[in-house]
Design a protein around this ligand. Structure first.
Ligand code: SF4
Ligand code: FES
Length: 391
């Protein structure tokens, strides 16, 4: 799973704006984490340390029913994610169920296991677009970060998707080991003919949180990367002309630890998006399983509509009534929703506190300590693996 601007991810984060945070507003996006199984071992993964076993995954029929309910409830877009969703042999059936329900499908994949026959079957079932992850523009570095040989499969997957005429996005999670490679990453995206390049600064959830000390970049690295992105934006879509953009869309997912501003996580809690995890747990965001007293509902027990409208978990941080100061009296609380609940919990032990990423938070010193360059040197990444004992 990698972060993504539409549902959070990977996508653990989202930056959608503007939806009213009331139960009467319906979700438009669904992150479907079909499996936690994955051939890759990326240390930045936002999946939980306790990965769901395959035997506990929802069945084909249950996922098809999730898609049916989502379509009826007004969801327009689903990210089929994981883990690696291609490891579900029934992925075509799930895609077809979403298509029948009128829900646009995007496959979020590492590319491993995508061959021509599989892509043809998926496209035939109604798959609308593909988001491909890459760990670095240099094949050896990409394989090292992924903890497995995988770059060649990604290259092949990109070729197949282009040949099939499906929209293709490239997602790169940026961290200490690849932030200096922006130029090469954008050039890679251009050579693969992608429509969109998402440069997603690492977010610290799950395995990414475990590996924070090794992944967190330096301020100098970030400044250089920002400059590189600006140069590419200017080159790909010059502001001085009225002509349409020539190159792929370049998306920069902000490094909120460094910006002093809280991100509008998920576009607000229970406001625009929901996540269904491999075992059917339904969450307001992919990382919310980390909140110890949330008691999230499960799609095996309740309908999607009930969960959205009536569950305690979805109501917990919806709107602004739950906020304490400084958020309660802050003019920005309708725009950033007080930041990220999971981050507030991870850093302070209390999900209802102001996100420490905000410079107005009384806990902002915690973030400042973590972004101190000296404090973060020398650590090694623990690659993600099921059942791995972690410190
Ligand atoms: Fe946002 Fe709260 Fe910070 Fe205000 S105090 S900017 S609402 S996180
Ligand atoms: Fe931000 Fe959970 S990841 S609210």
């Amino acid at each position: 799973t990698t972060p993504d601007t539409a549902t959070g991810t990977g996508t653990a984060v989202a930056t959608a704006h503007g939806a009213p945070a009331t139960a009467s507003a319906r979700p438009w996006a669904l992150l479907a984490e079909l499996t936690h199984a994955c051939p890759l071992h990326c240390g930045y993964c936002s999946n939980p340390l306790e990965l769901t076993r395959r035997s506990r995954e929802l069945t084909t029929e249950q996922w098809a029913d999730v898609m049916r309910q989502a379509g009826e409830f007004g969801v327009v877009h689903t990210h089929l994610s994981g883990g690696e969703p291609l490891l579900r042999p029934d992925l075509e059936h799930i895609v077809a169920a979403a298509e029948t329900a009128g829900v646009y499908t995007q496959l979020v994949t590492s590319g491993s296991g995508l061959d021509e026959a599989r892509l043809t079957a998926l496209a035939g079932a109604g798959l609308r677009s593909v988001q491909l992850s890459v760990q670095h523009a240099d094949p050896r570095a990409s394989d090292r970060i992924a903890g497995r040989r995988s770059f060649a499969a990604k290259e092949r997957a990109a070729r197949l998707v282009r040949a099939a005429g499906l929209p293709l996005g490239l997602n790169v999670v940026l961290h200490r080991e690849n932030l200096d490679a922006i130029d090469a990453l954008v050039e890679l995206g251009l050579s693969w003919g992608v429509d969109r390049i998402e440069l997603a600064n690492v977010q610290f959830y799950g395995w990414g949180l475990l590996n924070r000390t090794a992944l967190i970049p330096t301020r100098d690295q970030l400044a250089r990367a920002r400059d590189a992105v600006e140069r590419w934006r200017e080159r790909l879509s010059p502001r001085t002309t009225d002509s349409p953009a020539e190159g792929p869309e370049l998306v920069w997912v902000v490094p909120d630890y460094f910006d002093g501003a809280a991100k509008p996580c998920m576009g607000g809690w229970g406001a625009v998006s929901l996540t269904v995890t491999p075992d059917g747990t339904v969450l307001p965001c992919p990382a919310a399983a980390s909140l110890p007293d949330l008691d999230p509902p499960n799609i095996r027990d309740r309908s999607l509509a009930w969960i959205w409208e009536s569950s305690t978990a979805f109501g917990r941080y919806r709107g602004t009534d739950w906020m304490a100061d400084p958020c309660r009296s802050c003019s920005r609380h309708a725009e950033d929703f007080g930041g990220c609940r999971c981050q507030a919990f991870a850093l302070t032990g209390d999900a209802a506190r102001t996100d420490p990423a905000c410079r107005l938070s009384p806990d902002h010193g915690l973030i400042r300590a973590l972004t101190d360059d000296q404090a973060s040197s020398g650590a090694r990444v623990t690659h993600r693996a099921p059942g791995r004992r972690v410190p």
